[in-house]
Design a protein. Sequence first.
Length: 88
Amino acid sequence: MRTALFLAAGFFLLAALSILARLFAENYPSATTWTTVAFVLLWLLVTSANMWVGVNKAGYSVAEELPILLLLFGVPALVAIVLKSKVL
């Protein structure tokens, strides 16, 4: 359940930054690039913090948390990159 919530949060953050990019793209043509980079970096920070909580607070090993990190970070980041290259 927590994984699904984090994935949803990632997609909501991506949607919010995509809307900002579209609003500013007329005056700042590189806004879509910057918001994509900002999303990837911010999302990496959030998912890394989630992994840290899982390892230090919940008692999971790094080997158990690493696939979750890759899933939580990879799917929204890949969608962001595809959106940037195809749509925005």
